[in-house]
Design a binder for this molecule. Structure first.
Ligand code: ATP
Ligand code: MN
Length: 463
């Protein structure tokens, strides 16, 4: 089944050459002059290829005039300059073969615009729309840029486990992993007898690869993970998924300053890559989804990020004329409304907040000299809010032990993590970037369910 992808034909425009193409029909219209225009798309790019089918083709009356949106076809022919508006070149078919029919009465993707909500209910077909095709290509391009960025800087790609015995964030939003028959769970008195379970103890899907990444950073220097992460948070928001992808670099011999520098150069690198390599899809998002996305990315490249402390942010929020739903007070976590107010109204660009109160951040973040705040940094962007959360890690054994206890966790579960602070401890730092939040930011799509192929959210695990 040799074929040429449309992206190659449409970018090289080799008029006169002969091609075989295959794809799905977007539209067919018949002209009075005795031929049909068939637009196909094969997913390799946003643009369609126009195919001219002459009535002299042997299957014209039997098949070609019955071709409808959604059919898959194979066409061969020569490429010509197109006299029509909307395309530079077109294929004059010498042969067209229908590979798969699509009944117009039941094929749900007819030419009109569909709501994103409706498209979520047909996640098996939505990648054939312009928007979801573009999202898939952007995710792919961004993934490559992420690997290239780190590999160029001598970071090693680390594969951390998906099934773990620890709860990194200490937030308890875990999916349990078990082979128990849930109707007959073995008990030891009142309690579940996990000794009889597959791992002999409770296990869960990972909420972060960070703790394991720290292990490898303390041996290889600089590492990163890029993989799926699971959180059973029952928050039906437009920014939370139960399964999402996270990028987590971790660097030895690095403090918060180095961590922030990495986050900044990382984002600038992947935004530049996107603007350079994904013109067509980015122009599409800018035109149909959010007319500020390109300008916003260019702004990040030229102006960078505003930086302030959590305490300064609270002072600004306390003085704001705006009424917030959640109270503003030192010690409270910032809510999305606060984050967005700071980014969108006060600074009008992405911001990095540092030095959060210890009680609202996980145990592994390094305690500042004031004993009240930790060396944390959150990177917030307009529209989406937090896309990166990072910190310098606590590298002092005793302090870490206190913080683990303070968080209500059992130090025995973290013996190996604690030992890293006993044997050759060193300053180290890292962050976690939510890949889908990043895709939301660059595409302008407002719901996180629309930037991942098959979203998993409370009550929804279809497809
Ligand atoms: P939030 O306060 O928005 O829930 P968080 O503080 O729980 O985020 P972290 O634990 O710091 O987030 O995780 C690192 C990054 O992972 C976040 O900055 C965000 O980009 C992303 N992230 C966290 N939770 C989710 C989720 N449920 N769905 C998608 N991305 C997420
Ligand atoms: Mn969260």
């Amino acid at each position: 089944m040799k074929r040429t992808r449309l992206a190659d034909i449409l970018s090289s425009k080799k008029v006169g050459d002969h091609f075989v193409v295959m794809g799905w029909v977007r539209t067919r219209r018949d002209s009075k002059g005795g031929f049909s225009f068939i637009e196909i798309n094969d997913g390799s790019c946003l643009k369609n290829l126009q195919i001219i089918a002459d009535k002299r083709l042997s299957n014209y009356g039997d098949e070609i005039v019955k071709i409808q949106t959604g059919c898959s076809i194979r066409a061969s022919g020569a490429l010509f300059h197109s006299p029509g508006k909307g395309q530079d070149v077109e294929l004059h078919a010498e042969e067209i073969q229908v590979l798969g029919w699509a009944d117009p009465d039941t094929y749900p993707l007819q030419k009109k615009r569909h709501s994103f909500e409706f498209l979520r209910s047909i996640a098996h077909l939505r990648p054939r729309t312009n928007t979801f095709g573009a999202v898939a290509r952007i995710r792919s391009a961004m993934s490559l840029a992420i690997h290239t960025f780190f590999q160029e800087r001598r970071f090693f790609y680390l594969h951390t486990p998906i099934i773990t015995g620890n709860d990194c964030e200490g937030a308890g939003e875990l999916f349990k992993v078990t082979t128990f028959d849930l109707g007959h769970v073995p008990r030891d008195g009142e309690d579940v007898d996990f000794k009889k379970d597959f791992f002999g103890r409770p296990a869960n899907l990972t909420v972060s690869g960070q703790l394991e990444a720290e292990v490898y950073a303390m041996a290889l220097g600089d590492v990163y993970t890029f993989g799926p992460t699971f959180r059973a948070e029952n928050s039906n928001t437009s920014r939370h998924l139960a399964e999402f992808w996270m990028v987590e670099p971790e660097m030895a011999f690095c403090d918060l300053e180095g961590d922030i520098e990495l986050a900044e150069s990382f984002l600038k690198y992947i935004f530049a890559h996107l603007l350079e390599n994904c013109h067509e899809d980015m122009a599409f998002f800018n035109r149909f989804i959010d007319s500020t996305v390109i300008e916003t990315l260019e702004g990040v490249l030229s102006k960078g990020f505003e930086r302030l402390t959590y305490t300064e942010a609270i002072e600004i929020l306390a003085k704001a004329e705006r009424k917030f739903q959640f109270p503003v007070a030192w010690g409270n976590d910032l809510q999305s409304e606060h984050e967005r107010y700071l980014c969108e109204e006060v600074f009008q660009r992405p911001i990095i907040l540092v030095d959060y109160p210890r009680q609202i951040k996980p145990f592994y973040m390094k305690l500042n000299g004031d004993q009240k705040t930790v060396r944390a940094m959150d990177l917030l962007v307009p529209r989406v809010g937090e896309i990166i959360g990072g910190s310098q890690r606590e590298d002092d054994y005793e302090t870490l032990l206190t913080r683990i206890r303070e968080a209500g966790l059992n130090p025995d579960d973290y013996w190996w993590y604690l030992e890293l602070r006993k044997f050759g401890t060193a300053p180290h730092a890292g962050f976690g970037l939510g890949f889908e939040r990043l895709i939301q930011f660059v595409t302008g799509l407002s719901n996180i369910r629309d930037v991942i192929p098959f979203p998993r959210t409370p009550g929804n695990v279809s497809f």
